[in-house]
Ligand binder design. Structure first.
Ligand code: SF4
Length: 223
């Protein structure tokens, strides 16, 4: 998806005892923050697009332009495999702009806190479990070698609700020697430059614009 979405890694501290997050023990990472406070971390790759902008793959007809190859994250929507299956109710409340059929005639998708058609949810959960050890290794090394990143995570952990920290996608790729960084850079670099241009000068998109610019510069050494 490097030629399709502007990619980033999102790190979100999760306060101990947060409901619906028991699965994080299996798929997330953890960190010990000063003074010796252990916290779970949700670490996920994301398409880093400002919330006020549509997905770049949404067509003018409001359809998915890559329906057959869209990410498994989209297939599982509105369910969320990063969260316990019995805590999905709040995800079923339609948000502004959603066209979901919630009438009595609509098919039941969630019953007794269990997802009725489970194929996509289980496929996504399976992939999260498969990647869990790589994610943990990444978080351990990133926070061990970057005091600045550790400080940002510690700060995000202090707010209520907790904040999130964005790291470059290439920061993840560096820890996986099986991946081709040059191929990733070739596919992602011009896309980041396009997003830099699209968001430049918009005061509501400063965080995103800075990310695109810095991530593009970071990639240039691999081109
Ligand atoms: S389904 Fe996913 S890839 Fe397709 S338009 Fe929606 S968010 Fe984008």
């Amino acid at each position: 998806m490097a030629d399709t979405f502007p990619l980033a890694m999102m790190i979100t501290p999760v306060k101990p005892g947060t409901r619906g997050q028991a699965v994080l023990e299996r798929i997330g990472a953890s960190v010990v923050l000063p003074p010796k406070k252990k916290m779970q971390l949700l670490v996920n790759p994301v398409s880093f697009v400002p919330p006020s902008m549509p997905c770049p793959q949404l067509t003018p007809e409001n359809l998915c332009g890559i329906h057959k190859t869209k990410p498994i994250r989209c297939r599982t929507m509105p369910f969320y495999a990063y969260k316990d299956e019995d805590h999905q109710t709040d995800l079923l409340q339609p948000r502004g702009g959603w066209l979901c059929d919630t009438s009595d005639a609509a098919p039941v998708v969630y019953r007794d806190h269990r997802i009725v058609d489970r194929a996509d949810f289980e496929a996504e959960r399976g992939r999260l479990l498969d990647q869990a050890s790589a994610i943990r290794r990444y978080a351990d090394l990133l926070l061990k070698h970057s005091p600045a990143m550790m400080a940002r995570v510690a700060k995000a952990a202090q707010t209520t609700p907790t904040g999130r920290v964005v790291a470059s996608f290439v920061s993840y790729l560096r820890y996986d020697r099986g991946l081709d960084l040059a191929a990733f850079a070739r596919a992602q670099h011009s896309l980041l430059r396009d997003w830099d241009t699209k968001t430049s000068g918009n005061p509501k998109m400063t965080e995103f614009n800075a990310y695109y610019r810095e991530a593009a510069v970071e990639l240039e050494r691999y081109l």
